[in-house]
Structures are given as structure tokens and as C-alpha cells.
Design a protein around this ligand. Structure first.
Ligand code: TPP
Ligand code: MG
Length: 665
């Protein structure tokens, strides 16, 4: 291990990088857990990147034209915290680092979006960061196509590990980025050949360079401990016409006397002896958490490097004819015309009373939204004609041409969801994308991160039940509503007709701190909301759709089953059983209402029936142990949808029978 380089660039880089190494090992030692190996291995690469290339200004961490730096290998979080601290980002102190991984520190085990300025996205689940970065790089190009180089011209750098590239999602991300020619995306791959179990040769023999080349990337091997080599590579990347991968050969835990180069460096507190040895090898004689003045000043100077660039950008912006539009795009507020347009649409639907699938109603709502909001970017994972996500006039985004507004994500649900996260995080555009709801499972880890981060992404999940019919049980979601409702901070909307669909879209767009799922039907549904109200009735999550004086029964339903509940109510009325119908388009919003409202909607004293063409998990919350449930109890079946509903006993007659059972209970 060369530790005392004679070349001045190498010597300075190594010395600065050692500050990162020391903070990483000291913080992990103090926390008695964490991952020192990657930060110590990639410290030289990170130093050259931040020192000479990354465009950033810690005094303005949200500067829209900053380069994005994504630490995809989130376990190496101490590398990011050390960089943010040393370059002078606000909100992070040496005490925070000393309390790495403690509840009161923003320096969490893995980097969490929102905990500190400069954390561009939450990472830790391997593969997500690189896929989010594809969305960021895509957003950059889309905004560049609208606002030009003077306002939008930045890069997205990713630090990825072996684990990131082994994960399946990386395939989706890499192939999409290569196809679209996202030339401003640069991946620094920590090619250390080590993962938790040992050498990567235990489980992988991919030629990573060739893999990326096959996906349309420019690639290069780099010695990750040779500053001049890293420098040359990054210089070369600046003008690439394709995304770039650098396979940076590094030694995990560089500096550790016994653990370097082995899986033992990956995680865990190294212990006093190993740390003392590392201090000697790295020629870093300072106490834990102490950064000598010259190094601290040097890192601060690196942090100050970008201020001039930002000032120049501000000047360009002040002189730009696009300034106001750019600010509007970045602010991301729903235009008033969209809100008003959706109310007008509701009025029209209530008057015309179409029988229409909610996926089609969603398209109609999107026609209004996309016409009035130029910064929505739609897409689908190869189900555009089924998801109804492409409205009139939306032009495709194509390789190297980002002037359009519609993304053909290909059959890449996971990559799509992660890219949408990246786009939302980048800001400036409002992403929505579609697939079949059953394949929400393929996108789930990225959906979960959107919910954890609290970002606005809208998933258009059509074919939301056995109502899709002939494609059968592989394609019919049954547990997905419950599974999606289980994710905290995710709103799951299941509108009952075209009016509710417009309302749910309005709610999803207005919620800037939450992702939303639109669960939409393939089959036609009647218009149930035939009396127009400007008020968004779905906003409370559940409401009495059809009331009855002295109701004995409450029928709760969502989506396509609300229509059945209304039919059942009529059948019950014919038998002198008074029933009311509650539509529940969004459980999560209903849970946020006050007790009085919730009680009133739940109908105290009435027998309760829950109706949903899905499993019952979660319904006991509303129908209690004495309530009855009409829905699915296992997987669906292939057949015309009306036959399938009949086969599984999801019918008005079954609801009547269930109501009678509940009355007796
Ligand atoms: C999706 C996912 N699976 C598993 C893990 C647990 N995990 C953390 S790091 C890691 C692999 C470590 O290897 P590598 O990515 O090469 O990182 P290095 O040890 O080189 O720092 C694993 C399996 C994870 N964080 N995310
Ligand atoms: Mg590794």
C-alpha cells in the first residue's frame, strides 16, 4: 500500500482524503457500528471529485443548477457526512459526527433525505441510488431542453458499490440511461471486489466494463488511489456523449493494518488497535475527530469553490427571459388552472354520466392536468395503451432528445419508480408513471423510499382487481391494496367513478410531501356522483355517498365495488332494510380526519359490511369483528370479468346476504 506519495497532487489528495478516512473510522468506532471500509477505500476518488469537479455551493445547498452527488452505496454514509462537514454544509457539526448513528444526530446509519442539506436522496437499499440518479440526470436533461444551458447544465455523479451493481434494479437503470444517452451521468464504481461474505468472486463473475458498454455507456478502468488517474478520467467524462462508468479499483478499508482489502473492513467498529495502526499507516497522528487547521482550511476552500459559479448562474438567471418560468417549475405548485379545470371536469362528468373505466377517467383528468401544467412528465413501463397515461399532444422523450414529455420506460417497473423518485428529488418536474397494479410489487422498494422521503410521485396503477378479467390470477391484484396501504406515508386512492378519479388526481398533485397510488379499473363503471359539488368529497378519504334515514346497515366500499354497494342498497331497501353507502377512496386520508367526522361516517350502531375485490386484510378496522366482508379470499381466475365476479361471489346479492349476516351478529 503506497502511503507516502512523492507526487504533490497525489500527496495533497491523500492528505485531504485521510481526513475523510479518519472521520469515518473514528465515527464508526464511537458508534460501535457502521461501515468504515467503503469511505476509506473511496476517499481518494471523493477528494478529487469534490476538490476539482463537483459543482456545488454549501452556502446554497438547494441551488438548482448544482451537480448532484448520490451515494448509492449508502452504507458508506460516513463518507458523505465527512464531505458535507468538511466542505462547510450547514446543519452538520463535529458533534453530529461524534454521535453518528445516535437518535439525536442527523448522521443516521444510512443517508436520509431531509436530515441534512446535501443528502440528495435516501440510500441504503443497494441499487436504489444509482436508479434514482438516472431520474435526476433525466430531469436535468428535460429541464435543459426547456431552459437551455444558461439555467440548467449540471452533472449527476454516483458512487456505487459491487452490491449496487449486482442488484437487479441496476440493470433497469443502466439500460435506460444508456438508451436515453444520459451523457451527464457519471458513475464512480467502487471496484473493490469485496462484499459482506468475502470476495465478490464467491457470487459474481460479470465483466462490469463490458456490461456497461453493452448498455451504451462509455467506460474506463481507474486506479482509485491514483489522484492523477482519477483526475484524467473525470476530465475525460466532462464531454462524454454517453453516460460514463469508471470502475475505480480500490482497496476496501485503505489504511487499516489488518482489515484492508478484506470483508472485515466492510463494517463494524475496527477496535483501538486497528485504528492506531491505521493512524500510523496513513500518517495521521491527530486525535479522534481532530482535523488539523491546514486540512480543515483546504476542505473549506473546496467548499467555497462553487460560489463564483453560483453567482454567475444567478446573474444569468436574472437576465434570462425564462427566469420566472424556471422558478415556477422548481416551486412545483399545482397551477390554479389545473385545480379549476378538474372542478370543471367533475361538473361535466356529473352532467354527462359516462360509463367509463377509471383508467380512462384518469386519462381524461390527465388531459386537463397536462394541458395546464407544462412540467408534468408522464410515462409507462410499456403499458401506455393500457394505463392511459399518454394524453393528446405529449411527445416522446427520445435518446438525446429531451424536449418531449412522455417516457417509454420499457418493461422496467422498478427502474421507472426509482427514476421518478430521482426526478421528483431533482425538482422542476412532476413525474407520473403507469403499470399494472399487480406489478407494483416490482416497483415496491422504490415506492417505499418515495414514501420514506416524503416526495411527490404519482403511480398510475391500472387493472386494479379481478375486474381485469381474462388475463387471470397472475395479473389480478388481490393482496396489493393491503400491501400498499401498509406502507406509511403513501396515499392509496381507489376512486369509484370518473368524478372521484378527478378528485383523487387533484389530491395527489396537491400533496407535495407524499407519493400517491391511483388504483384504477380496466372495466367500465357507472358515474355515481351525478350531483356536482365544487367541494372535493374524496379529500376526507371516505364519505357518505348515499344516505338513508334510520339506516340499519352501512355498506363500505372502494372503487369498482361502490357501484355494487349501491345496487345492494336498493335490494335491501326493497326488503325494508335501510342501508347507507360509504365510498372510501383513500383510507389514509380518512384516518387523518377528526374523531367526530370518522364516527359519523362509520355509522355507529349500524351493521357493517366491507366490500372490495381484494383480500380483507385491514378491513376489520372499519367493520369490526361483527362486520361482514365481501371480497377475495385467495387468488383470482381467468375469465370474462362479470363471470369472475360471480364466481367469487362479489355481487349485489352477496352483499345483501352479508348485510343480513351482519345484522344478526
Ligand atoms: C438491497 C440490499 N440488500 C442487502 C443489503 C445489505 N448490505 C449492505 S452492504 C452489502 C454489500 C456490501 O458489498 P459492497 O456493495 O461491495 O460494499 P463494500 O463492502 O465494498 O463497501 C449488503 C449485502 C442492502 N443494504 N441492500
Ligand atoms: Mg465491494
Amino acid at each position: 500500500m503506497s502511503t507516502a506519495p512523492s507526487d504533490p497532487l497525489q500527496a495533497k489528495t491523500r492528505h485531504f482524503a485521510n481526513a475523510l478516512r479518519a472521520l469515518a473510522m473514528d465515527a464508526v468506532e464511537a458508534a460501535k457500528s457502521g461501515h468504515p471500509g467503503m469511505p476509506m477505500g473511496m476517499a481518494d476518488v471523493a477528494t478529487v471529485l469534490f476538490g476539482c469537479f463537483l459543482k456545488f455551493d454549501p452556502s446554497s445547498p438547494d441551488w438548482p443548477d448544482r451537480d448532484r452527488f448520490v451515494l448509492s452505496a449508502g452504507h458508506g454514509s460516513m463518507l458523505l457526512y465527512a464531505l458535507l462537514y468538511l466542505t462547510g454544509y450547514p446543519g452538520i457539526t463535529i458533534d453530529n459526527i461524534k454521535r453518528f448513528r445516535k437518535l439525536d444526530s442527523p448522521c443516521a446509519g444510512h443517508p436520509e433525505y431531509g436530515h441534512l442539506p446535501g443528502i440528495e436522496t435516501t440510500t441504503g437499499p443497494l441499487g436504489q441510488g444509482i436508479a434514482h440518479a438516472v431520474g435526476m440526470a433525466l430531469a436535468e436533461r428535460i429541464l435543459n431542453a426547456r431552459f437551455g444551458d444558461e439555467l440548467v447544465d449540471h452533472k449527476t455523479y454516483v458512487l456505487a458499490s459491487d452490491g449496487d451493481l449486482m442488484e437487479g434494479i441496476s440493470h433497469e437503470a443502466i439500460s435506460l440511461a444508456g438508451h436515453l444517452k444520459l451523457s451527464k451521468l457519471i458513475v464512480l464504481y467502487d471496484d473493490n471486489h469485496i462484499s459482506i461474505d468475502g470476495s465478490t468472486s464467491l457470487s459474481d463473475s460479470t465483466n462490469t466494463i463490458e456490461r456497461f458498454q453493452a448498455a451504451g455507456w462509455n467506460t474506463c478502468h481507474v486506479d482509485g488511489h491514483d489522484a492523477a488517474n482519477i483526475m484524467r478520467a473525470l476530465e475525460w467524462a466532462q464531454t462524454s456523449d454517453r453516460p460514463v462508468l469508471f470502475a475505480c479499483k480500490t482497496i476496501i478499508g485503505f489504511g487499516f493494518p489488518t482489515r484492508a482489502g478484506t470483508q472485515k473492513a466492510h463494517s463494524d467498529a475496527p477496535g483501538a488497535e486497528e485504528i492506531a495502526g491505521a493512524r500510523k499507516i496513513l500518517n495521521w497522528p491527530y486525535d479522534p475527530f481532530v482535523i488539523p487547521d491546514d486540512v480543515a482550511a483546504g476542505w473549506r476552500a473546496i467548499g467555497a469553490r462553487g460560489a463564483a459559479s453560483r453567482t454567475a448562474w444567478l446573474k444569468r438567471k436574472a437576465e434570462s427571459a425564462h427566469a420566472a418560468a424556471f422558478d415556477t417549475a422548481i416551486a412545483g405548485e399545482v397551477p390554479a388552472a389545473v385545480t379549476a379545470g378538474l372542478i370543471e371536469l367533475k361538473k361535466k362528468i356529473s352532467a354527462e354520466k359516462p360509463s367509463v373505466a377509471t383508467r380512462k377517467a384518469s386519462e381524461t383528468a390527465l388531459e386537463v392536468i397536462n394541458a395546464q401544467w407544462p412540467y408534468t412528465i408522464g410515462g409507462s413501463a410499456d403499458l401506455t395503451p393500457s394505463n392511459n397515461t399518454k394524453t393528446k399532444g405529449l411527445i416522446d422523450i427520445a435518446p438525446g432528445d429531451f424536449s418531449g414529455r412522455y417516457i417509454h420506460y420499457g418493461i422496467r417497473e422498478h427502474g421507472m419508480a426509482a427514476a421518478m423518485n430521482g426526478m421528483a428529488l431533482h425538482r422542476g418536474i412532476m413525474p407520473y408513471g403507469g403499470t399494472f397494479m399487480v406489478f407494483s410489487d416490482y416497483a415496491r422498494p422504490a415506492i417505499r423510499l418515495a414514501a420514506l422521503m416524503g416526495i411527490r410521485v404519482v403511480y398510475v396503477m391500472t387493472h386494479d382487481s379481478i375486474g381485469l378479467g381474462e388475463d387471470g390470477p397472475t395479473h389480478q391484484p388481490v393482496e396489493h391494496l393491503a400491501a400498499l396501504r401498509a406502507i406509511p406515508n403513501l396515499n392509496v386512492y381507489r376512486p369509484a367513478d370518473a368524478v372521484e378519479t378527478a378528485e383523487c388526481w387533484a389530491l395527489a398533485l396537491a400533496d407535495k410531501k407524499r407519493p400517491s397510488i391511483m388504483a384504477l379499473t380496466r372495466q367500465n363503471l357507472s358515474t355515481l356522483r351525478t350531483v356536482h359539488s365544487d367541494e372535493n368529497l374524496s379529500a376526507k378519504g371516505a364519505y357518505e355517498l348515499v344516505g338513508t334515514p334510520n339506516a340499519k346497515v352501512t355498506l363500505f366500499a372502494t372503487g369498482s365495488e361502490v357501484e355494487l354497494a349501491i345496487k345492494a342498497r336498493e335490494l335491501l331497501a326493497a326488503e325494508n332494510i335501510a342501508a347507507r353507502v360509504v365510498s372510501m377512496p383513500c383510507w389514509e386520508l380518512f384516518e387523518q380526519q377528526n374523531e367526530t367526522y370518522r364516527e359519523a361516517v362509520l355509522g355507529p350502531g349500524t351493521a357493517k359490511v366491507g366490500i372490495e375485490a381484494a383480500i380483507s386484510l385491514g378491513w376489520d378496522r372499519y367493520i369490526g369483528k361483527d362486520g361482514a366482508f365481501v371480497g377475495m379470499h385467495g387468488f383470482g381466475a381467468s375469465g370474462p370479468y362479470k363471470d369472475v365476479y360471480l364466481h367469487f361471489g362479489i355481487t349485489a346479492d352477496a352483499i345483501v346476504a352479508a348485510a343480513k349476516r351482519a345484522l344478526k351478529a
